[in-house]
Write a protein that binds this ligand. Structure first.
Ligand code: ZN
Length: 283
């Protein structure tokens, strides 16, 4: 049987960690993905990490990941030091809260200091080097890194095929994937690649759907409730199932229309539409 998580991006502009936890618990989610970059910081202004730990100790819902660490590859030495410092802070939080995964995202061309375009090999070499550094830092830890490719034409790693070459070259127990159905669709990742992935390293999947745009033109705001868009979820989910994926799905939407809704309704609808799609294709 599968498990359902909630990614806080889904209510980014209309909720808070306290509210997300309350409604996720009420509607039966197994996991929450905590946004370390903003919503956790907001929470810690009025609460402590220990408050959060106690919440998880006393409720069924558990934290799935901290997300996300961005722009991890092809950085200048100086900028990489900042990335590393942020990573180390996330590791401290993850260990304290017993969160198994930190999501790390490849660099965006417009966010890095590259003076020229980068070849796939230059990107791979740098991403592999960074992920091995993360892996070494986590050697004595239970925390793992879920590397997420982003299906955007300006992301340095934007297909599953590219992510596979990186994670396989890293070849460490604690470095795997988060595969996002939207990112898989939006740059035309191939189902043949999904069939090739080492499923023991697919730590969890971001589930979502989206409006119909040409490849390379998608934005996160185009995401819609699972089952209400054009992603071929049938093939995507059937492949995961056939390859014995562990079954952890986390819904992640960033839709401005949904930010205008009551967060409780968003959290309930996100659960219901996710369950509906998973029941159809994954059970
Ligand atoms: Zn995602």
């Amino acid at each position: 049987m599968y498990k359902i998580g909630f990614n806080q991006g889904t209510t980014l502009e209309n909720s808070s960690l306290i509210q997300d936890l309350e409604f996720c618990t009420k509607y039966g989610y197994d996991y929450i993905e905590i946004r370390s970059l903003d919503q956790l910081k907001e929470y810690l202004k009025e609460n402590t990490l220990n408050d959060l730990k106690e919440y998880f100790d006393n409720h069924r819902i558990k934290p799935l990941s901290l997300n996300a660490l961005f722009n991890i590859n092809n950085r200048s030495d100086k900028m990489f030091e900042e990335v590393l410092a942020e990573f180390q802070e996330m590791v401290r939080y993850a260990e304290y809260l017993e969160i198994e995964y930190i999501v790390a995202v490849a660099s965006f061309f417009d966010e890095i200091e590259a003076e020229k375009r980068l070849t796939k090999n230059e990107i791979k070499d740098s991403a592999v080097k960074t992920l091995k550094i993360f892996s070494d830092i986590l050697k004595e830890s239970n925390v793992k890194v879920a590397f997420e490719f982003v299906g955007d034409s300006i992301c340095t790693v934007n297909t599953l095929g590219q992510a596979i070459t990186i994670v396989e070259e890293v070849n460490r127990e604690n470095i795997g994937y988060c595969i996002d159905a939207f990112h898989f669709h939006s740059m035309g990742s191939r189902l043949t690649d999904l069939d090739k992935v080492d499923m023991d390293k697919v730590y969890f999947v971001h589930i979502d759907d989206c409006e119909d745009y040409p490849i390379g033109f998608f934005k996160d705001e185009d995401r819609v409730w699972p089952g209400e868009g054009v992603i071929d979820l049938e093939s995507f989910l059937s492949s995961l199932k056939a390859n014995n994926f562990n079954g952890i799905f986390s819904i992640e939407l960033f839709r401005p229309d949904y930010y205008k809704m009551d967060p409780e309704k968003v959290i309930k609808k996100a659960y219901d539409t996710t369950k509906n799609v998973l029941d159809k294709y994954f059970v």
